[in-house]
Ligand binder design. Sequence first.
Ligand code: F6P
Length: 319
Amino acid sequence: IKKIGVLTSGGDSPGMNAAIRAVVRAGLSNDVEVYGIRDGYLGLHQNRIKKLERYSVSDVINRGGTFLGSARFPEFKEESVRRQAIENLKEHGIEALVVIGGDGSYMGAKKLTEMGYPCIGLPGTIDNDIAGTDFTIGFDTALNVILDAVDRLRDTSSSHKRISIVEVMGRHCGDLALSAAVAGGAEFVVVPEQGFDKESLISQIESGIERGKRHALVVICEHITDVNALAKEVETRTQLETRATILGHIQRGGSPTGRDRILASRMGAFAVQLLIEGQGGRCIGLLNNQLVHHDIIDCIENMRRPFNTEMFKLCSTLF
Ligand code: F6P
């Protein structure tokens, strides 16, 4: 293989730059040219493709976001759009594509692979919702951003004897909420995998108050309920002042942690190695600290992420 392309797609995540850097540098070390595609599948469709040099990726390992840009591009579901994308890649002589992104991006890579164009998927999302890997690139950084916010909320809710409800990202995966709750010492956690029972949450808060608790932290995953309405109801029922905080896109920014930089560097170099070995149509994961790869079609169609029930039980033990 002589030429490969790399793009970042979907919601950005800290560590994407480190992954692009690893693809470029590992490629060049093996005499493979690397082409950067701007703004994900959108830029691929618009043929915005440029060769990357060793120095194109200088000083990016510590930067959040993605210097290639990213986009959500639902039109990529259309076969004619993907056909154009493949033509653009072929026009540059690019023989395979490394896609760094979340589940929507994996779907695009799977479809290209099914059309005979080899892709390698790298899990780049803060949500940690990709099958076949223990961790995604960006999860650890987002977790630490959330923890910083949770620690600050603890200070003020403890001073004011308030209940603080914190909504975190994760789309439909509770990993960020669960990890933040355990590491932040929150009293309650609500994740989509376990369903949401408002009455039980309120009665648990009430029994905490009966036991003498003067403040409480609740971490809840997004898309479960309206947290402002929940805060009002909790306040009325418990007679304790309650505030909701939606952390939002702050969670997606910032310099990647060491853990995310290392994960991204290992995965990026591994993607190049697989392509040199002639293996396309794969997606990369880290299981028990070992790099692994799976068939991308099988990963999307059949593999599921297990929910960490041990961690969930730990929450009720420690709260
Ligand atoms: O997938 C990453 C993510 O940040 C999710 O946690 C969140 O639901 C979504 O993207 C937000 O998307 P957007 O940036 O398009 O609003």
